[in-house]
Structure formats: structure tokens, C-alpha cells
Design a protein around this ligand. Structure first.
Ligand code: SF4
Length: 288
């Protein structure tokens, strides 16, 4: 178990091009989880025109201990009805052929934000129906009608992150439910069996190797096609501390095991995040 910052922990300094794209998104008043969660790949992705747009505002009603996104802590939130239009404009202006849409969790909304999520996908497609969209959804508090609403807008990939192993849910994701997250992925396949589904695990938060393998098996049992595994980095000292920097060989081993369990693709590595190389993976599966 090593705690010294590993060699890969180097972040690219944003160059003028990246800064320009950050400025454009700011001018369009469009959020990305890349910025809000302090993703280590931001410069690389923005330079290559890869963005994960954050909708339903930038403040979450939950309080996952590993997440750098702002928390409402009971404060009343609003919903900006024009946000879907702005996100679709950003996708059009950046001429993106593939866009990842994710959101904060809005337990305060009657439909948990499902209609807003669906509208965002539809507005992107209205501008260019060939745009592929990966929808990384919250659990809509297990409400399947919300899931159906998003699936009806025909995302190219339906993603929902399990994030961590069952034992750590109580500490790290107190408002979420492990089985409910698995059910979302399972139901998605039942609603549309040809829909590609995807999930993600964050490692280095105190999980044991066998627990990771159980979680991978649980995801496969829910029909999940794509899995990403990455190293946890604490957003601040107030967040859950890094328990371990998982060795790169261990990430390779998880990939080997995952492909053996039947995942169509497994991206596994310290800097991997749930939408890292998302378009490349999607195109890879499309061409199979
Ligand atoms: S639900 Fe998502 S956005 Fe909200 S705190 Fe948890 S991980 Fe962060």
C-alpha cells in the first residue's frame, strides 16, 4: 500500500486552445463535470474536443464523500429550463459528433430531472440527428419511469455509475443504494435489449480486491456492457481520503478479469474516468 503520489500523477497545463474552450463554455453558461469535479484529464480531453456536460445545474442534493461537485446541503435549488438549449448550442458550436451528458442528482424534483435530461438529448439531436449521445444518468431514486423517459430519447449509450463496492456505500454514498443502481442498469437492458450500457468504479477508497471483483460480477449480471475503473483522487482534504494508489498492474488485472466476465470493453487505469475515451470505445463497439 503506497501513499506517495505516483509517477502518473502529472496534470497537463491548459494551453491557449484549452483555455479558449473553457472560456467558450463559460460564455455559453454551460457546465462540465470535467471542471466541477476537477478531472485530471481535462486538458487532454478539451484539447481533443471531448466534454462531459453537466446538467440539472451544478449543485447536487446528495453528498457522496468522494465527489467534488457542489452540494445543496438542504438549500432550495431552481431548475434552468433553458439549459438543454444552451448545451445543444455548445455541442453544435464545437461541432461535436459525440457528446456525454451527465447530471447532478436532483432528489428535490418530482421526476428527479428525467424530463430535463431527455429534453437535452432531443435538443442535441434536433440540431444534428447523427450526433451520438452518452447519457450518464443519476439513479432517479430507482424510479423506472424516469429511466424510460431518458431511454425514449434514444441515447447511444446509457451509463449509470456504481462508483464503489457494496460495503462502502453507507460511508461514501449514503443517499444511494447499491442494488438500486444495479437495477437501473438491468431495467435499461429490459426496456431496450440492444441499448449499450456502461458503468464505472472508483478504486483506492478502501475497497478490497475481492469486493471489486464481486462488484464487476454484479454489473455483468445486470447486463452491463462497458466498465471503466480509475484511481480515486480526493478533491479536497475535507473529502474521503485516498486509501491507496492502486498499482497499474492491478488495473491491468481487473481489465483482464472484466473481459473474462464478458464485458464488451473495460477501460482500466489510474487516470481513467467514466467518460474517458468514451467516443473511441463506442466507435470500437459499433465496428465490431
Ligand atoms: S450523486 Fe453524483 S454529483 Fe451528487 S454527490 Fe454523488 S457523485 Fe457527486
Amino acid at each position: 500500500m503506497t501513499k506517495k503520489l505516483p509517477a502518473w500523477f502529472k496534470q497537463q497545463i491548459p494551453d491557449a486552445e484549452v483555455k479558449g474552450r473553457i472560456k467558450l463554455l463559460g460564455e455559453l453558461n454551460v457546465n462540465t463535470v470535467c471542471s466541477h469535479a476537477g478531472c485530471p484529464n481535462l486538458s487532454f480531453c478539451f484539447k481533443n474536443l471531448k466534454f462531459t456536460f453537466l446538467i440539472l445545474g451544478d449543485t447536487c442534493t446528495r453528498n457522496c464523500r468522494f465527489c467534488g461537485v457542489g452540494k445543496s446541503k438542504g438549500k432550495k435549488l431552481t431548475l434552468d429550463e433553458n439549459e438543454p438549449n444552451r448545451v445543444s448550442q455548445a455541442v453544435e458550436m464545437l461541432n461535436l459528433k459525440f457528446a456525454v451528458i451527465t447530471s447532478v442528482t436532483r432528489d428535490d424534483l418530482a421526476d428527479k430531472g428525467a424530463a430535463h435530461f431527455s429534453r437535452t438529448i432531443r435538443m442535441i439531436r434536433q440540431k444534428d440527428k447523427s450526433t451520438e449521445v452518452e447519457a450518464l444518468i443519476p439513479d432517479f431514486s430507482g424510479d423506472i419511469t424516469g429511466l424510460k423517459c431518458v431511454i425514449d430519447s434514444e441515447p447511444s449509450i446509457l451509463a449509470h455509475n456504481l462508483e464503489t463496492v457494496r460495503r462502502l456505500y453507507g460511508d461514501l454514498r449514503p443517499e444511494a443504494d447499491y442494488d438500486s443502481s444495479l437495477r437501473i442498469l438491468k431495467e435499461a437492458k429490459e426496456i431496450n435489449p440492444s441499448l449499450i450500457t456502461k458503468s464505472s468504479l472508483i478504486l483506492g477508497m478502501g475497497e478490497a480486491e475481492d469486493e471489486v471483483i464481486y462488484a464487476m460480477e454484479d454489473l455483468r449480471s445486470s447486463g452491463c456492457d462497458i466498465l471503466t475503473l480509475g484511481q480515486y483522487l480526493a478533491p479536497t482534504e475535507k473529502h474521503h481520503p485516498v486509501a491507496e494508489f492502486v498499482e497499474e498492474e492491478q488495473f491491468d488485472e481487473y481489465r483482464r478479469l472484466g473481459l473474462g466476465f464478458g464485458f464488451k470493453e473495460v477501460l482500466s487505469g489510474p487516470k481513467v474516468r467514466s467518460s474517458y475515451q468514451a467516443e473511441k470505445v463506442f466507435q470500437g463497439l459499433k465496428n465490431v
